[in-house]
Design a protein around this ligand. Sequence first.
Ligand SMILES: [Zn+2]
Ligand SMILES: [Zn+2]
Length: 639
Amino acid sequence: MKVILPDGNELALADGATGAEAAAAIGPGLAKAALAVTLDGQIQDLAAPLRDGAAFGVVTGKSDEALDLIRHDAAHVLASAVIDLYPGTKVSIGPSIENGFYYDFDFPEGITISEDDLPAIEDRMREHIKAAESFERSDIPVAEALERFKALGEDYKVELIEDLIINESVETVSLYRNGEFTDLCRGPHTPATDRIKAIALQSVAGAYWRGDSTRKMLTRIYGTAFLSQKELDAHLELLEEARARDHRRLGTQLNLFRFSEVSPGSAFWLPRGTQLFNSLVELSREMGAPRGYQEVKTPQLYDAELWRTSGHWDKYRENMFLTESEDRPMGLKPMNCPGHAHLYGSQQWSYRDLPVRYSEPGLLHRNEPSGTLHGLLRVRHFCQDDAHIFCTEDQIQSEVASCLEFAFATYRLFGLEPSLELSTRPDQRIGDDATWDRAESALREALDQEGHPYTVNEGDGAFYGPKIDLHITDSLGRSWQLGTVQLDYSMPERFDLAYTGADNAEHRPVMIHRALMGSYERFIGILIEHYAGVFPFWFAPIQIAVLPVADRHLDYAKEVAACLAESGLRADIDERTESVGRKIRDAEISKAPVMLIVGDREAEGRSVSVRERADGDLGDEKLDALVARLSAKAANRDA
Ligand SMILES: [Zn+2]
Ligand SMILES: [Zn+2]
């Protein structure tokens, strides 16, 4: 028999050869590094026989599949360790997940596991790893498997097998054994436990059996595994840093916002958070005006008729908050587009008027399931830096190029460099191929015109048009999608939008949806984590902390703060009767970029003693000079 190697060459093998034998035939180094193989793209055990003529690949530590594989191994090792330490524990399921793995256990009566128990379990896991127990697969008839797990009292496994018999009519099931522990498992696994190079158990949580709240609550242990201790350490360090930067935690600590069960998924913005929010809205306005955007205000609540026209009533109703008035069903807007399309449609347009660029920091509501809500990153009530451009087909390229320029200029203020992704026509779509050809090439040309490299996501466009998504990478290396620029041929059709062309005939405009920051809420959440709450001077909610040395300096401190406020700077006086050392420490915790210390000498000389977060002590500065310097810094949006 033969298999096809990734380079297209054929590898001849004895009939019934396994993946391990094929890897060895290629080279001893590869045989040693092999964790599993792929056969026509399907991953399988090294020990499993190959199929004649199949495409063959070897999975090593360098392969994309490697981490998933060893994390699944680690889940079995976790179960082995738990059974060693807590005899009588029943096992259920233990998959690999993004960034790690878990296993759900039913501990014997009277035993509760907490995070304090994890180090001992980890130690035991390391013994199993060191012992290099091989993972041995056996395929046995279901009757035998049932008998076996019943005898062991493994009720959950029995239930899983019974379901496999009913739902998938299986006649055999596969078991994997390492050491004393045998699990019901589809596989695949690496050859032995020592392929796991580094593990860490991370947390304990309750989880209902099969996610069903009427069933028993099991104990879920989460962990992660890597192919080297170095990679594990780097991962844990990143998690620690992310935890410290968690925007929900910093949002409370810095008094930016609160969340409350009285309105799930909706931020209550405190004055400092509102300052951040408003300054982003201002930024959008300030940058949008010279780029030809006109701000509009459209209603919050619309008759169902508008949502039928836009298609939301059929496609998006579950995500909308609905109500009624005088027997008319109505819905809160989850998007601004239908309102803007309606507004455009209520006027007469000539080709000379286009493009029309309507922007609106419109308040939106989406009925997201409560379980998916996450701080500012996933909310029900939010506001987008939204705009809709109505233009002719000829104008698409320059309008999209201008949207990209706007996006880059915005992100650059926060030191963020976007990467771009073009999504092209999906299988399910409206419009003819010629229109899609023109639309996609207009987007490509806009990208080329601005000189931006981009990746192409074939078939990932919306059904109504192609789009460009803008992603940024934050200071922790995490990627976020922020902006989007989408062409839309459908909405103008649905709303029967028109303009009069130079030929005096009616034409249909194209609609471009664009949001650059995405939602202000989410963008602020990302910025809090990106900056760890230490915002640039121009953006910081409190830019300057004025710290009087003693109570007798309070009057002068107020004078200083008034001068700053007059120039549009945001200062806060620490009026408490505390030592100046304490005030400096607290101002540092509040992450104010600039601290001004005022005592006798400063009051007398109409100066301040300046301490900047980034540059440390700057010494004495005259009040006038300071105000001028900081005003310029804020206006220039210098860091
Ligand atoms: Zn398994
Ligand atoms: Zn839109």
